[in-house]
Design a protein around this ligand. Structure first.
Ligand code: GLN
Length: 208
């Protein structure tokens, strides 16, 4: 209840990178939280928002399109200015410092990512994961699991010392992490009815 009030009062403008992938689903989730959500395709549009979500999709395509729209340096400057950026799935790959293959990435978050880490046998699956720290920040019940949807998902193989691990699978694979104003999840919260990760991202937006 408190969170909802705060969002209405501050009405943050959040951009969703809309080059390819599941951007509409993020916009719908943000609308349901009464956020002023906007599709971002140009550096000028990025200038108008206070936070950015980079969706899942195909990271090679997103990277190439971002480069050709002149967005690589704009997103890096946006991050350097302290504005929050969240990458889901392909968006997380796009944030990484290392992905083990040659494709345009931002190299802004100190994480090493492996693409398609679950192989063909497990192309897509849903698993309940622990998000204790996120629940703590939101004031939700600490042990309430999150229904995470993984689609040809990447995982985080290694993190730098500045990175806070927010969630792992039972086998220890890292699937959510935060580094300062950067948030990365290997799954797709925008495809669920559960708004907790979106609400957590909103807590990272500076209310001023
Ligand atoms: N496997 C995709 C990639 O490497 C990511 C999948 C997704 O975003 N759902 O870009």
């Amino acid at each position: 209840m408190y969170m909802t009030k705060r969002i209405i009062q501050t009405a943050p403008r959040i951009g969703v990178l809309a080059l390819q992938g599941a951007f509409r689903e993020h916009i719908e989730m943000l609308y349901s939280l009464r956020v002023d959500a906007r599709e971002i395709r140009t550096p000028e549009e990025l200038d108008q928002v206070e936070g950015l979500i980079m969706p899942g999709g195909e990271s090679t395509t997103i990277g190439k399109l971002a480069a050709s729209y002149g967005l690589l340096d704009s997103i890096r400057s946006f991050i350097a200015a302290g504005k929050p950026v969240w990458g889901t799935c392909a968006g997380m790959i796009f944030l990484a410092s290392e992905v083990g293959c040659d494709q345009p990435i931002l190299k802004v978050m100190d994480i090493t990512v492996t693409r398609n880490a679950f192989g063909r046998q497990r192309d897509s699956f849903e698993q309940d994961i622990a998000i204790t720290e996120i629940n703590r920040v939101l004031g939700e019940e600490l042990n309430a699991l999150f229904p995470a949807i993984f689609i040809r998902a990447p995982i985080i193989e290694a993190v730098g010392t500045e990175v806070q691990i927010l969630s792992t699978l039972p086998d220890g694979k890292i699937v959510a992490a935060k580094q300062g104003n950067l948030l990365a999840t290997s799954f797709h919260p925008e495809l669920t009815e559960d708004s907790r990760i979106h609400r957590y991202f909103l807590t990272m937006i500076d209310p001023d």
